[in-house]
Design a protein around this ligand. Structure first.
Ligand code: ADP
Ligand code: ADP
Length: 240
């Protein structure tokens, strides 16, 4: 069965818009509706669509930040918004456009804080830290404050941070945005190896189809809040 189960998922927002003068009218925005898909463990899925399509609303529901207004959602058997703490121990999240690390702290101190927050067992923490620092070439940067890191270095720091507790699922939001070609290539190579060696399920939102081409078995396209395509990238190309 599936690690991620999404059935007829819905999220609406009520927004009050000025209609002239002091009047405000409440309108309902259907950010996500009739959304269904399954992700089996170990898959690498791309989640794409135009701005405003509903990608971040979906990912916020999958990670428990936002409560659905309708439908069914399970991640690893958990209901994300209700079991957010349990879920947090099983998922990792990386945002290309912002860091989850402490800006003024050396990288190593951020990792140490995460160890305490997530109560990562010491042997797991050490093994993962050694492994990812080596693989992502962060050895010389462990004592550098995050604000002094380049975008690519910070990204590698964020990825390490997201993997220290051995998550089953890694969500990546625009992971290669702003990176040069070499860094993009190395990052994609790393993610492929992670999936192959650990069986980590990857779900990534991106505007870079080369990310999808390099990484994803499958691509889900969302538009106006609902799925318009679900299948291999090659098939999407054929459909034009
Ligand atoms: P994407 O990530 O694909 O760019 P979003 O999920 O951010 O799309 O947004 C989907 C739609 O929902 C957009 O119309 C957006 O304006 C709306 N939306 C998202 N979050 C909110 C919110 N907190 N309040 C009102 N509308 C929102
Ligand atoms: P991200 O989705 O990467 O967090 P965004 O710039 O899309 O960043 O949105 C920033 C915040 O504003 C999010 O919490 C999102 O839910 C909210 N938001 C997005 N669109 C709207 C909107 N139309 N009205 C109110 N809040 C919104």
């Amino acid at each position: 069965d599936s690690l991620i189960e999404v059935r007829d998922l819905e999220r609406t927002f009520t927004v009050r818009r000025r209609t002239g003068g002091l009047r405000r009218r409440a309108t309902t925005v259907h950010a996500v509706h009739d959304l269904s898909f399954d992700v089996p463990a170990g898959e690498m899925v791309g989640y794409i669509g135009p701005n405003g399509a509903g990608k971040s609303t979906t990912v916020k529901m999958l990670t428990g930040i936002l409560v659905p207004t309708g439908g069914h959602l399970r991640v690893g058997g958990l209901e994300p918004a209700v079991q957010r703490t349990e879920l947090a121990r099983r998922i990792g999240v990386v945002f290309g456009q912002r860091t989850t690390l402490w800006w003024d702290l050396p990288l190593r101190d951020s990792f140490e804080l995460l160890r305490k927050i997530y109560r990562i067992p010491e042997p797991t923490f050490r093994a993962n830290l050694d492994r990812f620092v080596e693989l992502l070439d962060l050895g010389d940067l462990l004592y550098t404050p995050v604000r002094q890191l380049s975008l690519g270095q910070r990204m590698r720091g964020d990825i390490t941070a997201a993997l220290l507790h051995d998550p089953e699922i890694l969500y990546l939001d625009e992971p290669t945005i702003g990176l040069d070609v070499i860094s993009k290539g190395r990052l994609r190579e790393f993610l492929r190896a992670l999936n192959a060696e650990n069986g980590t399920t990857l779900m990534l939102t991106t505007h870079d189809l080369q990310d999808i081409e390099a990484l994803c078995d499958r691509v889900i396209v969302i538009d106006h809040g609902t799925t318009v395509f679900d299948g291999p990238l090659a098939e999407l190309h054929r459909q034009g």
